[in-house]
Design a protein around this ligand. Structure first.
Ligand code: 5GP
Length: 181
């Protein structure tokens, strides 16, 4: 594992190995496989671009039930902090009317993004909305909304890798790094 990476002049040190990330993803897929084993419903996986691309793809490869895939682009982070304002630069790529939607997020921080997204999906006629996130920061999450599938909880730190970026860099790493201050 590369010791330290530099993105836009900031240094990041190793936080999670690829094996740890894969184990987290295995756990999420196992729960989904259990919950959707009956095959009675075909849920829609909603990938929140761009951060959740790797996570969504990895989970999709591990599930054994039929599921569709749609995407949306949301953003609230500028640099290494949340702005509190959620923008939707790219709308839903398919209709969610009457569907059971599972939102795939890379990480839930304050929860502003997923709450805004859940409201948007319900306003577009989604029947049910569940949240599935690779990681979450319990110290920062301040919403009453329950998160249905959580890969792992992490401390309040800024991380990159496995889809997560620092101003668009760092998404390509297959492990996770944390800001080294
Ligand atoms: P929230 O709206 O929950 O505060 O933030 C969620 C979004 O902020 C995530 O989808 C992600 O894009 C970004 N974010 C939150 N924490 C981190 C982090 O530690 N690293 C990176 N790269 N992005 C984060």
């Amino acid at each position: 594992m590369k010791d330290r990476i530099e993105l836009h002049g900031k240094f990041f040190k190793p936080f999670m190995s690829n094996a740890q990330v894969e184990k987290i993803i295995d756990g999420v897929a196992e729960k989904l496989n259990r919950d959707f084993a009956s095959g009675d419903e075909v849920p829609m996986f909603l990938c929140v671009l761009n951060g959740a691309i790797m996570f969504t793809a990895a989970v999709m490869k591990r599930v054994h039930f039929n599921a569709e895939l749609v995407s949306i682009k949301m953003s609230s982070y500028q640099g290494t902090t949340s702005t509190g304002t959620v923008l939707v630069p790219l709308g839903l790529t398919g209709s969610v009317k009457g569907r059971n939607v599972i939102v795939f997020e890379d990480i839930v921080d304050t929860g502003n993004t997923i709450i805004a997204l859940k409201e948007l999906l319900l306003s577009k006629g989604a029947r049910d909305v569940r949240i599935c996130t690779m990681l979450m920061k319990p110290e920062v999450y301040n919403k009453p909304e329950k998160l249905d599938y959580v890969g792992a909880e992490i401390p309040n730190a800024f991380i990159v890798g496995y889809g997560l970026d620092y101003d668009e860099l760092g998404r390509n790493y297959d492990k996770i790094y944390v800001l080294d201050e």
